[in-house]
Design a protein around this ligand. Sequence first.
Ligand code: SF4
Length: 285
Amino acid sequence: MNNAAPTPSRGPQPVVREITCKSVLNKCSIGDYSLNCYVGCAHGCAYCYARYMQRFHPHAEPWGEFVDVKTNAVEVLEKQVRRMAPGSVFMSSACDGWQPLEQTWRLTRECCRILIEHGFRVNALTKNALVLRDLDILARGSARLAVTITTPDEGLAALWEPCASSVAERWQILSRAREAGIETGVMFGPLLPFLSDGEASLDALFEAATREQVDVIWVDALNPRPKVWESVGALLRSEFPDLEERYRRVLFAPVVRKAYIKALGEWVRRAAAKHGVLERLAGCP
Ligand code: SF4
């Protein structure tokens, strides 16, 4: 198996703290369980919805600039799997389990191994090519490996997701997973209003998904989740000042938002139909 190095971090190095946890496998609305070996995520995506976590885990640093490592995650999981019924596990709901620190800590890898060995299904979602290191484990049991792609444009991705792997590397993950016999998925979301939700972008995204024979496709619109506007607004003011007001309306003006979501759904379904993958569209605005 390929032992891919993670994409070198393009942003500031996070403040890292070692912590312990009492439970790591938790009930979840997306599937049966979720599992997060880290609190915080160094990928630094401007639209990250997991920022709300900071309410429960206060830190002096802003979201994206700290990561707490649950050093006993593997030991805790070993105990939990003995008393919990097997089910599907979302890896991960509030961080990227394959963010750069995982190269050293290998907690997500070990947790995947334990889950698979105990008959759980792993539903992995990542933006980091480090996951290629763990294809051997995912291929051993019931697993789906999905990547998030919000734009086909590498320059835009580097702005919005500064420390994640490149778009090309993320497609490569799916290609390698398929070769390894692992079910694959892609989350196109959040699509960036007026930047990656147009016909050309959707065409490029669905063309690539078709080329990679992705098993399941989800699409999501940008949502006004708590704390998201702070960082999205700051990025817009710095890089796309003309779009700030338009984003504000799409996110917060109910009539505009309703019309936008309806139109986006139509654009997405049209692109999926054009490429013959409408039946693989599992989620759409
Ligand atoms: S990879 Fe996911 S969890 Fe990490 S910063 Fe980006 S959106 Fe948030």
